[in-house]
Design a protein around this ligand. Structure first.
Ligand SMILES: Nc1ncnc2c1ncn2[C@@H]1O[C@H](COP(=O)(O)OP(=O)(O)OP(=O)(O)O)[C@@H](O)[C@H]1O
Ligand SMILES: [Mg+2]
Length: 248
């Protein structure tokens, strides 16, 4: 029997037949501002609620910003910092801060995550790398190789992981085309302007070993709650959406 862990979002757990299989590496992909980091924070918060450890590697916001963002959803992470929750800061590294990354280097990142996991102990833990694409920005051709390295090494450490990958806006493809093939699952976010308003969408594109929901949903992000599933959408033309983000 596959053991499933909660994503922290009730509707998403149901769409996943109970949750993400423990030990899986899930790619979280989508354009800016669509909800990748918020979904990742739900995942980490759920771990804290359940008493399992969390490791959050952040390359886009510094640690303080992540903690502040969590507060807007009603989650106080301060008491967990350095204990059940380790936020590895790759944006504002300080030499006095053991949980920071002086360089955006994949091997250093993996080493630091292992250190954090040892610190948390032998129990299973949750890992978010937000974003993994930051580690191959200057060498996209290596994305796939690096993704293998991450999965091969970190796969042995009793971690269930979300690997956040950004979109290349010009092509509407995940940056580097690496992580999606190697990941056990793919959560894809999209966005679109509908009648002058920003709409966000979400679909589970892949989850190995799982009879998952295959519909695209409109979602919203709300203060005090985080991600909210609004309704499945039927009339979305994905080609239209892709055209919107392609620069001719
Ligand atoms: N407390 C909040 N209440 C309502 N909406 C919020 C709140 N916090 C964030 N948002 C919305 O969520 C968006 C950011 O979502 P998120 O940080 O998850 O995006 P992302 O997909 O990680 O983007 P990026 O690729 O730029 O990191 C904001 O632009 C805002 O619209
Ligand atoms: Mg983000």
């Amino acid at each position: 029997m596959v053991k499933r862990i909660s994503t922290g979002v009730f509707e998403l757990d149901s769409m996943l037949d109970g949750g993400v299989p423990e030990g899986f590496f899930v790619a979280v992909v989508g354009e800016p501002g669509t909800g990748k980091s918020v979904l990742s924070m739900h995942f980490i918060h759920q771990g804290l609620v359940e008493g399992s450890g969390g490791i959050y590697v952040t390359t886009e916001q510094d640690r303080g910003s992540i903690v502040e963002q969590a507060k807007t959803f009603g989650w106080d992470w301060e008491p967990f910092l350095g204990r059940g929750l380790i936020i590895i800061d790759a944006l504002e590294p300080k030499s006095t801060d053991p949980w920071s990354l002086p360089e955006m280097d994949i091997e250093h990142m993996i080493g630091k995550v292992i250190e954090a996991k040892k610190h948390l102990g032998y129990r299973p833990a949750r890992l978010v790398v937000d974003s993994i694409s930051a580690f191959w920005l200057d060498k996209p051709a290596l994305a796939r190789k690096y993704s293998y390295t991450v999965k091969r090494i970190l796969g042995k450490w009793n971690l269930t992981a979300y690997l956040v990958s950004q979109y290349a806006i010009t092509t509407a493809m995940a940056f580097g085309w690496g992580v999606e093939h190697i990941a056990d699952g793919i959560f894809r976010f999209r966005r679109r302007i509908v009648r002058g308003e920003l709409k966000r969408y979400f679909i589970i594109e892949k989850m190995r070993h799982t009879n998952h929901d295959t519909r695209m949903y409109e979602i919203d992000i709300k203060p005090g709650r985080g991600i909210v599933f609004v309704k499945p959408v039927e009339d979305i033309d994905i080609h239209d959406m892709e055209r919107e983000y392609r620069i001719h």
